[in-house]
Write a protein that binds this ligand. Structure first.
Ligand SMILES: [Zn+2]
Length: 207
């Protein structure tokens, strides 16, 4: 709050004449003195509701081996869509801008989550589900080649009837009231489970 006593010193630094108190008060009331640089000094910080400290960039180990053909398709998609700070820093490709945290695949086969308060754990299931979401969001079907090969001893996922999608028996609906499915996290969207594929373990690169 600007005090009356502050006004003469601000207005009188040129040394010729001090603004009369009533003039200064008029300016204050009109907002010309009470509105210094503050509103424009940090306009971006003011518009972001979440504190920056909640943001975590989570990077997985090298889990996948994208082929040159897949990298070409991803690069073309990135060129058309445009990049951001994460695609540049990690040479990564947006898989899913998401209703949740945006997720990326780096060219060296890591999954990167831009977790702005979502509490991402970074499990193998999260990583596999991110690739599946990427197929849907980018339309690049060759991403499917990154997924683990189904072992012969695996079993169909009972949670989603081997579809990879979970609809809670129609309980989920989109904003238009249409049935809505999410990736089944029992099988990470694979449609099968196998003891050799531990989906709940963290795949974060802690090095
Ligand atoms: Zn399932």
């Amino acid at each position: 709050m600007l005090l009356d006593s502050d006004l003469p010193s601000k207005g009188g630094t040129h040394g010729t004449s001090r603004a009369p108190p009533n003039k200064a008060l008029q300016q204050l009331n009109a907002g010309t003195l009470a509105r210094p640089e503050q509103p424009t000094r940090h306009p971006i910080r003011r518009s972001i509701p979440l504190p920056e400290s909640k943001r975590r960039i989570l990077v997985s180990q090298r889990m996948f081996e994208p082929t040159l053909g897949l990298l070409d398709a991803l690069r073309e998609h990135r060129r058309l869509r445009g990049g951001d700070e994460i695609t540049e820093k990690y040479d990564a490709f947006m898989l899913d801008p998401g209703l949740g945290p945006p997720v990326y695949l780096s060219c060296d086969g890591r999954i990167i989550w831009d977790d702005d308060g979502w509490g991402v754990v970074g499990t193998r299931a999260d990583a596999i589900a991110s690739v599946l979401a990427g197929i849907k969001k980018t339309g690049i079907v060759d991403l499917r080649n990154l997924l683990p090969v189904r072992p012969s001893a695996s079993v169909d996922c009972p949670e989603c009837d081997a579809t990879g999608w979970f609809d809670a028996h129609g309980q989920f609906q989109d904003v238009n009231g249409r049935p809505f499915s999410i990736i089944c996290m029992t099988c990470a969207g694979l449609g099968w489970t196998d003891h050799s594929l531990v989906l709940t373990e963290s795949v974060l690169d802690l090095a």
